[in-house]
Design a protein around this ligand. Structure first.
Ligand code: FBP
Length: 254
């Protein structure tokens, strides 16, 4: 995990939304180009970039550590969510991966398949000396509110118990409830998931500050950075909060 940490904290740039959401929902003429986002990762001094294998093959420049997402799904199919493996750990390593990412839809009726698959992938990653990062997203008919304290903390705990070295979870909305999720994750690092672009920079930075104050290792963010008109400036603001613990007011004012 050390590759992704600076003084125990971390800031990762996620760019798998083209598969997860489709290009028309999230992208504009600039950020539809993976080279643009690769460049943001470098200039924004991120601790890692998250790609699916196709983007890693064609756009990964090697200048920022690579986290290879080895499963994923499109948004078109309805029904209980499942994302199956689409890339082997061995191939991910051949592309330069320094960590393996995998999404688990906790609460889906197809959850057992993802538990089993993640179990094997985690062991293969560990055998190769790589950490396994689990995106643990409670989802499906059984889940009413995927940002409720008990649901997010369940996601964090499930990740720990399944062997994840880090869990990527949604923010609960306030620092106090998020700190329970961080406690529940135990020794697994907690990354707050960015979510859709917030209405203001301040609103997003407040969430990030809340997560960091709750004990999160940091942030794995996509849209709030590469949809920003000045993504490098946003990355600088995030760094001030994550690595230096600065208050939002100070960061927003600079
Ligand atoms: P964002 O910061 O853009 O939300 O990205 C984080 C992420 O986990 C991506 O890795 C993934 O593509 C997306 O969110 C999944 O979003 P959803 O919650 O719609 O499944």
């Amino acid at each position: 995990m050390e590759t992704f940490l600076t003084g125990g904290k971390s800031m990762l740039l996620a760019y798998d939304q083209g598969l997860e959401h489709g290009p028309s929902l999230d992208f504009n003429d600039k950020n539809v180009d993976p080279s643009y986002v690769m460049d943001v990762a470098i200039r924004g001094r991120f601790n890692g970039i998250v790609f699916q294998k196709g983007l890693a093959e064609k756009y990964y420049s090697g200048k920022v550590p690579l986290i290879l997402k080895v499963n994923g799904k499109a948004a078109l199919a309805k029904g209980e969510p499942i994302a199956r493996q689409n890339c082997s750990v061995e191939y991910a390593i051949s592309l330069g991966a320094k960590a393996i990412g995998y999404t688990i839809y906790l609460g889906s009726s197809l959850e057992p398949e993802m538990f089993q698959e993640f179990g094997r992938i985690q062991e293969e990653a560990h055998e190769a000396g790589l950490p396994a990062i689990a995106w643990v997203y409670p989802r499906g008919a059984a889940i009413q509110n995927d940002t409720a304290r008990e649901i997010v903390s369940y996601a964090a705990r499930a990740g720990l118990e399944l062997g994840a070295d880090a869990v990527k979870i949604k923010y609960t909305g306030d620092s106090e409830s998020f700190s329970w999720a961080v406690k529940s994750a135990g020794k697994a690092h907690v990354f707050m998931s960015g979510g859709p672009k917030a209405p203001t920079d301040e609103a997003f930075l407040t969430q990030v500050k809340g997560a960091v104050d709750a004990g999160a290792t940091g942030l794995a963010v996509g849209r709030n950075v590469w949809q920003h008109p000045d993504p490098v400036r946003m990355a600088d603001s995030l760094r001030e909060i994550i690595f230096k613990g600065k208050p939002v007011e100070v960061v927003s004012a600079t």
